[in-house]
Structures are given as structure tokens and as C-alpha cells.
Ligand binder design. Structure first.
Ligand code: FPP
Length: 231
């Protein structure tokens, strides 16, 4: 497979359904997140095989702070473990690692671990894995506007300025956005960047979303006709 497929440059995923997956098996929610981390690994592997340039993942939204402390800390330690354990694998597969979002509010140990992994993989030229962490689309637009006007007092903001000041600056807008678990919403994700993105929704819960399910999404994308507002 791979023949005749239009490969998107940037695939973004709203990974949803970890809690429901765990509940359906009578497990704790964190078990769903752990299994979800395996889906992250599988999807990254396929992205590398398919030579997808950017794979971005909505790992924690600014709204997720409303979850119980125990779950939030469980997520941080899971991410810490994944980042530390996967760095050598990323290097081997030429994966560049990036984290985008409001990082100031993250625990220091996690900030250090992601900074180290970003540094170690900075010169990798294969797939870029972008973890959107403590991110929301409205936060991004507001921080972009604030930074622009602080640096350019009295000026008018143009569309290109917004592209440049968003945290995703330099990364092409997502061609394909996948959301799992049957939810069909943008949920304050990349609001500006998804203006012409193709959306793909599936009922599969994130821990069950592995290479075959990712391939189906890529096949569906391949059949879409993108006109960008033209005829
Ligand atoms: C959504 O499921 C999932 C999250 C908010 C967290 C995503 C985190 C992971 C996949 C864990 C590991 C991440 C990395 C990058 C290694 P949910 O909890 O909202 O599920 P529900 O809607 O069924 O409750």
C-alpha cells in the first residue's frame, strides 16, 4: 500500500476516547491513556513509513485542567516516560520532536524532558512529530495578536502576520484532521490553521486506532477533491 495515494504533508489528530475505552473494559482511565500511547507509537511509525512530513497530536487542551489531579499527573508521567524512552527510537527513524502550547504551566520535569528531546532530535529531517500540549486555538490566536502588537506598535495585523505569530509558525496548515471516538467537533483546537483542512471522523476509540485505521483515513483523504474555494 502507498501506491497511488496522495500523501498529506501534515496530518493532525484529536486523540479521543481513551476514557471510554478504559470504562468499557472496567479499567481505570489512565489505562486508556497508556493504551493510547501505544496508538501514538503505531501512528508515528506509519507516518514515518508513508513519509508524512508533519504529524501533530492534540495531547492536552487548556480545558483538560478541569480533570481530576490524579489523571492529570498520570498523563504527565506517561508523557515523560514516552518522551524519555522514545528519544533513541526517534533518532533512529529521523523523527524531529516538537512541543507547542503554553508550556509555562507544565511541571518543570516535563518541560526539561521535552526540551532535551527537542534538542536531541533538532537536526532530524524525516517526519516531525508535534505534540500540542496545553494548547487551544483561541489561546494561540490571542497570544499571536498580543506578541504582534507588542513588537509592532501602531501597525495593522495582516493575515500573514497571524500565520507568523501563531505557535505553529513555519509548519504547513494541516491537510487532514482526524478525530476519533465518534465526536465531530473542533473543540478549540487549531481554529485558524484548519480553514481548508479535510476532516475525517471515525467511531474508533483512540486506543484502538492503529496502523490499519490510520491507513483507512489516508485512503479517504486521497479520494477527497480539494478546491480551496475555487472551482
Ligand atoms: C482523550 O481521551 C485523550 C487525551 C485528552 C489525552 C491524550 C493522551 C494520550 C494518548 C496519552 C499519551 C500521549 C503521548 C503523547 C505519549 P479522553 O480521556 O478524553 O477520553 P473520553 O472522551 O473517552 O473520556
Amino acid at each position: 500500500m502507498g501506491d497511488n495515494l496522495k500523501i498529506p504533508q501534515h496530518v493532525s489528530i484529536i486523540m479521543d476516547g481513551n476514557g471510554r475505552w478504559a470504562k468499557s473494559l472496567g479499567k481505570e482511565r489512565i489505562e486508556g491513556h497508556k493504551e493510547g500511547a501505544e496508538s501514538v507509537r503505531a501512528c508515528l511509525e506509519l507516518a514515518v513509513e508513508m513519509k508524512i512530513k508533519y504529524l501533530s497530536l492534540f495531547a492536552f487542551s487548556t480545558e483538560n485542567w478541569g480533570r481530576p489531579d490524579e489523571e492529570i499527573h498520570g498523563l504527565w508521567s506517561l508523557m515523560l516516560k514516552s518522551v524519555v524512552n522514545e528519544t533513541s527510537n526517534m533518532l533512529k527513524n529521523h523523527v524531529r520532536f516538537m512541543v507547542l502550547g503554553n508550556l509555562e504551566q507544565l511541571p518543570e520535569y516535563l518541560r526539561i524532558a521535552v526540551r532535551d528531546c527537542m534538542k536531541a532530535t533538532a537536526s532530524c529531517t524525516g517526519t516531525t512529530l508535534v505534540l500540542m500540549l496545553n494548547y487551544s486555538g483561541k489561546w494561540d490566536i490571542v497570544q499571536a495578536a498580543n506578541r504582534f502588537f507588542a513588537e509592532n506598535p501602531g501597525k495593522t495585523m495582516e493575515r500573514e502576520d497571524m500565520d507568523k505569530y501563531l505557535v505553529t509558525s513555519g509548519i504547513p496548515d494541516p491537510d487532514l484532521l482526524i478525530r476519533t471516538s465518534g465526536e465531530e467537533r473542533i473543540s478549540n483546537y487549531m481554529l485558524w490553521q484548519t480553514a481548508y483542512t479535510e476532516f475525517y471522523f471515525t467511531d474508533i476509540l483512540w486506543p484502538d486506532f492503529r496502523k490499519p485505521e490510520f491507513r483507512l483515513a489516508l485512503e479517504a483523504f486521497s479520494k477527497r477533491e480539494r478546491r480551496f474555494g475555487k472551482v
